[in-house]
Design a binder for this molecule. Structure first.
Ligand SMILES: Nc1ncnc2c1ncn2[C@@H]1O[C@H](COP(=O)(O)OP(=O)(O)OP(=O)(O)O)[C@@H](O)[C@H]1O
Length: 230
């Protein structure tokens, strides 16, 4: 596997919620391929299906139909093809959420190493990796601190460390810079770009944040559940 390989391959994916009169077609026959090293923005008006698509790629939501191949592994083809979706998520996918979702009763370092415990790393190795990542993201000095005491930018960098801890190659982010000022938002994006290149990963980000549009390789627009590349 290397830069340029297809990591996310979404084929004719549709998703509807509800049935009959209450039916909402959130995605209609979406095809999308994302390659290792690519940093992509997913844009579109409210309700256009961005979160639905991100959650399907993240294997936390079932498509109604279609096929999804992640990192060369077919994972959905009319039904889930893997019984261990949790394991798949831990191994292949890193999520970064807007409201960074750090656990308030754990320190910054523990928030990161918890993911590695769940993935089966030896505790000492997990702690080492957490420290190394927090240092790399320039929040190592905040490792023993609980999330309530972190600034918005620090908390977001801890959340990024957590998403990257197990070296996933598919990184999904929902408004990762919404809570940050312009300078911090651009720093976070530069960091994500660097990580995508170094770890041969891809990054797919839902965003409305125009100040970071120039940091993406591709802007993909969703409208009424359909994709229009630009
Ligand atoms: N659990 C659900 N049950 C029913 N309808 C839903 C559900 N989740 C989303 N929808 C509908 O599916 C459509 C797409 O929603 P989605 O959240 O994917 O859009 P979005 O582009 O992420 O919107 P936003 O920018 O507001 O977050 C919308 O019409 C929404 O109301």
């Amino acid at each position: 596997m290397a830069i340029g390989d297809i990591l996310v391959d979404v084929q004719a994916v549709a998703k509807h919620y509800g049935d009959g009169e209450t039916r909402v077609d959130a995605l209609r026959q979406v095809d999308l391929q994302v390659r290792a090293g690519e940093v992509i923005a997913l844009l579109g008006p409210s309700g256009s299906g961005k979160t639905t698509l991100l959650n399907i790629i993240g294997c936390i939501l079932d498509p109604s139909s279609g096929r999804v191949v992640l990192d060369g592994d077919p994972v959905f083809d009319g039904k889930w093809l893997r019984s261990d979706l949790r394991r798949l998520r831990l191994d292949k996918i890193g999520f970064i959420f807007q409201a960074h979702n750090l656990l308030p009763f754990l320190t910054a370092a523990e928030n990161v190493s918890l993911v590695l415990d769940l993935a089966g790393w030896a505790p000492e190795k997990g702690k080492e990796r957490a420290k190394e990542l927090l240092d790399y993201l320039e929040v190592g000095h905040r490792a023993p601190v609980k999330p309530a005491l972190l600034s918005g930018g620090e908390a977001q960098r801890v959340a990024i460390a957590r998403a990257l801890a197990n070296r996933p190659r598919i990184i999904l982010a929902d408004e990762p810079t919404a809570a940050l000022d312009s300078k911090r938002a651009q720093l976070v994006m530069d960091l994500l770009r660097k990580l995508a290149a170094e770890q041969e990963a891809c990054i797919l980000t839902v965003t409305h944040d125009e100040k970071i549009f120039d940091r993406f390789d591709r802007l993909i627009h969703l409208r009424d559940g359909k994709l229009a590349d630009e």
